[in-house]
Design a protein around this ligand. Structure first.
Ligand code: SF4
Length: 493
């Protein structure tokens, strides 16, 4: 595999213009027992593109052609739709991965793009990982001291090296061995010559679901990707579960010590697509319910409720419904402004958010506007949007945020700025309101968010309790590498 393909030198990332969001770092998809599995994987990855836009990769296996791999920078639709490329990925078994470029890995080489592949004495295996290994640096140091030669800067590569050192006789058992050494969050999709394997960490932080497609099977980060290929949603892979799928069927084991599940609550707020189902519940409906809770907790006299599109839309619908204030599309998003690798002039750069979002002046003028957004991270985009709304003649601007203040970084597979850069880490709600220059600012409470996610008793009575560390600072797995680098847990502050 070549690492000669590099990202363009000075990409202008229109998706990052309003980069004031947390970003999922990966999506995974795999298929077994279907003709031309790589085509289905490409369609699945296309549906998961919101989980990572920097690069994607697919590995396939066919008895006559062995393992084949293609890894590319850019959108799935720009690479994995070309017949000339898809013809190089034959077989009834394939897995794939989309990734988001994390803050620390801008300028990554193609060798960092998954799936990763390893050749073992019992045959090859490829793996695709969604999540983050919180002890990856310690593992990497240990593995390098013992002779491993790393090809990438990715934490996920540790899994391949740990598998290589295992003494087990088959690949699923080697994977179990490897993952027992790994701390943090992982949903892994892997393949051998005859098996599709799915594993979720014991806390089940990141999602993974099982689907049925004709006589074959699929694994996916989200159910929306099953819908797009016409697969039937069977069930979620349980926290701590490993499934080994062959053409004979699905074998399930629970190789990891059982723990209380801590699924990422931010998947409900923002990461997952609204047409996905999580824990038997529609993501759209949870987001709409967040808006209902927010209206109950933070009512305001106003004339119009507007979403910050697209992610604030369901919560704005819920807020408007509960408050009785009319709903309107006060901000219009240009749906065609994707990631574009051009070198912009300074003038284009300064346009920033306006390239992606425009205000519907005729609707906004003279009104007291409630703007509903999913989160405030650095606050940079919120300030720009407020200016646009006031420029359009709004009488008042009230921000209502569909998540609690994001005051802590995520170490479980989500790209977050350092803690000092998070507005809520350094300012009170009142200070944030002043900083953003809005008439009022309110966030949903953590209890309100739990209630919207179906936990009637709020956070303390919740079952399951979610991971909510980016709001609460209570990390279900200590981020060992970050603590070593000086990160202070809440208790140590
Ligand atoms: S810290 Fe936040 S974003 Fe990260 S897994 Fe937990 S809830 Fe999700």
């Amino acid at each position: 595999m070549s690492d000669r393909q590099m990202p363009p030198a000075h990409p202008f990332d229109f998706d990052a213009i309003d980069g004031d969001k947390l970003h999922e770092e990966c999506g995974v998809f795999g298929c077994i027992g279907v003709t031309d599995a790589a085509n289905f994987v490409a369609l699945g990855l296309h549906a998961l593109q919101h989980r990572g836009q920097e690069a994607g990769g697919i590995v396939s296996y066919a008895p006559d052609h062995g393992f084949n791999s293609a890894r590319r920078f850019g959108y799935v639709r720009d690479n994995f739709t070309k017949q000339s490329l898809m013809e190089t990925l034959p077989g009834a078994l394939a897995i794939g991965h989309v990734r988001y470029s994390t803050a620390g890995s801008k300028g990554a080489a193609i060798r960092d793009v998954q799936p990763f592949f390893g050749e073992f004495s019992m045959g090859g295996a490829a793996i695709a990982h969604n999540g983050n290994i919180t002890n990856a640096e310690a593992l990497r140091r240990e593995l390098i001291e013992r002779g491993s030669i790393f090809q990438s800067s990715s934490d996920s590569e540790c899994i391949i090296h740990l598998m290589a050192r295992s003494l087990q006789r088959d690949i699923p058992s080697r994977m179990e061995d490897a993952l027992r050494r790994v701390e943090g969050a992982f949903s892994v999709v892997a393949m051998t010559r005859t098996k599709l394997i799915g594993v979720r960490d014991a806390l089940g932080v990141r999602p993974l679901v099982l689907g049925k497609l004709g006589d074959g099977w699929c694994l996916s980060s989200e159910t929306c990707a099953l819908d797009i290929i016409g697969a039937e949603f069977v069930r979620e892979i349980e926290p701590g579960e490993m499934v080994v799928i062959t053409e004979q069927g699905v074998e399930s084991t629970k190789p990891f010590r059982a723990k209380r599940s801590r699924f990422c609550i931010f998947e409900h707020v923002y990461f997952s697509r609204p047409d996905s189902i999580i824990g038997g519940q529609s993501v759209y409906e949870t987001r709409r319910q967040i808006g209902v809770e927010l209206a109950r907790e933070a009512a305001v006299d106003a004339d119009l409720v507007c979403p910050v599109p697209d992610s604030g839309t369901p919560a704005a619908i819920g807020y408007a419904h509960e408050s009785g204030i009319p709903y309107g599309m006060g901000i219009i998003r240009n749906q065609y402004m994707g990631r574009t690798f051009i070198e912009p002039t300074e003038q284009i750069r300064n346009m920033g958010v306006r390239l992606k979002l425009n205000v519907n002046r005729a609707l906004i003028r003279g009104k007291r506007v409630v703007l509903v957004d999913d989160s405030v991270v650095r606050g940079t985009t919120s300030r720009k949007i407020k200016e646009m709304i006031l420029d359009a003649g709004a009488a008042e601007v009230h921000f209502r945020i569909a998540s609690p203040p994001t005051a802590w970084p995520c170490f479980y597979g989500v790209d977050t700025p350092q803690r000092e850069k998070l507005l809520a880490a350094t300012m009170s709600e009142e200070e944030m309101r002043d900083h953003l220059g809005v008439d009022s600012l309110k966030f949903i409470s953590l209890d309100g968010l739990y209630r919207a996610a179906g936990e009637d008793g709020g956070r303390n009575n919740a079952h399951p309790q979610y991971c909510d560390a980016c709001f609460s600072g209570e990390y279900p797995v200590e981020p060992a590498d970050m603590i070593e680098k000086g990160f202070k847990l809440k208790a140590a502050e």
